[in-house]
Design a protein around this ligand. Structure first.
Ligand SMILES: Cc1cc2nc3c(=O)[nH]c(=O)nc-3n(C[C@H](O)[C@H](O)[C@H](O)COP(=O)(O)OP(=O)(O)OC[C@H]3O[C@@H](n4cnc5c(N)ncnc54)[C@H](O)[C@@H]3O)c2cc1C
Length: 289
């Protein structure tokens, strides 16, 4: 899969918002559809790739594609409102239009991992970059020895896509979630009756008995969490080359020109966002890189 669209990577296409789902407070999933039927027919992406969402006059933001690659004409993006573009997006509704260019970046390495135990580990909104992979793995479940999804969030109201857990489990995936803690008033914060695990997502990982040299770990979340996940997986027998992290860095062009997302000798936009842990371990140890 190419890491930038064929043709002009600067060319934005108009998309219409078909639907908006409020996932958790401050986070919405936007279902987008190309207005140009020819673009809709030719557009393809792989799980882990991202698009640049462009609001004319405001700016662009890199956002992972969170829908099923088997249906590339229906593009979902799950977005937390944190700044210029994402705040403006949060004020938009079904029927509104915006611009999109992509897809960009190296995807999760799913195709070469058939027969293996695949473990996806997500912290908070990191699950958005894995949802496309989860949908693909669920469809192709029989090709993998096992598929496990571990999701951690600060508190229960931060767990994403919980309404989809049932379908994932019915497809044969193991799904476990854990929260760092409970808010002072669970009911007030929208998390009454949480009887699940409290702790870190690395606790769930350390308990997995399937981890071995036959496992592949795919991880997305804050850098310190990803480093902790990688170290835990290595202690459980997973090879550093079989641990893949999706990095998030500020970026503007997505085509290796602006330099904003440079990370040591590589560019997150094109060399990543998905990297083998073994390739970036020493750069992750450098503060503020
Ligand atoms: C590959 C990739 C995938 C991503 N996927 C998603 C996703 O699925 N969902 C999602 O919600 N987000 C995702 N992000 C993050 C998203 O791109 C950023 O949050 C983006 O900055 C939002 O744009 P904005 O204009 O709304 O916010 P901005 O106005 O850019 O502000 C966002 C925050 O970043 C700070 N900031 C902005 N520019 C800089 C800079 N140059 N240096 C330091 N700090 C800066 C701001 O102060 C603010 O705190 C992804 C990022 C990458 C790289």
């Amino acid at each position: 899969m190419p890491t930038a669209p064929a043709g002009d990577p600067w060319r934005s296409h108009t998309v219409r918002i078909e639907g908006v789902v409020e996932e958790i407070p401050g986070v919405r999933t936007y279902d987008l559809r190309f207005l140009d039927e020819a673009v809709a027919r030719s557009y393809r992406f792989a799980p882990g790739q991202f698009n640049m969402l462009h609001l004319p006059g405001i700016g662009e933001a890199a956002i992972s594609i969170s829908s099923d690659p088997a249906d590339p004409a229906e593009l979902a993006h799950t977005v937390r409102a944190v700044g210029n573009v994402t705040d403006a997006l949060a004020r938009m509704q079904a029927g509104d239009t915006l611009m999109l260019r992509g897809p960009f970046g190296r995807p999760w390495p799913l195709a070469d991992r058939t027969g293996r135990d695949v473990v996806l580990v997500a912290g908070g909104l990191g699950l958005a970059s894995q949802r496309a992979a989860i949908r693909e793995l669920a469809r192709q479940r029989s090709q993998y020895a096992s598929v496990t999804v571990l999701h951690g969030a600060k508190e229960p109201s931060g767990l994403l896509y919980t309404r989809e857990y049932r379908a994932w489990k019915e497809a044969g995936l193991v799904v476990r979630s854990i929260v760092d803690g409970l808010p002072a008033s669970g009911a007030a914060a929208g998390s009454p009756g949480w009887d699940g695990r409290v702790g870190l997502v690395t606790d769930l990982l350390a308990e997995l008995t399937i981890l071995s040299e036959r496992s592949t770990v795919l991880c997305c979340g804050p850098d310190p969490m990803m480093t902790a996940v990688a170290r835990t997986a290595i202690r459980q027998g997973v090879a550093a080359e079989e641990i893949f992290l999706s990095l998030e860095r500020n970026m503007a062009c997505a085509v290796r020109h602006c330099g904003l997302c440079q990370f040591g000798p590589v560019f997150v936009c094109q060399d990543g966002p998905v990297f083998p842990f073994a390739a970036i371990e020493r750069f992750l140890a450098v503060a503020h890189l």
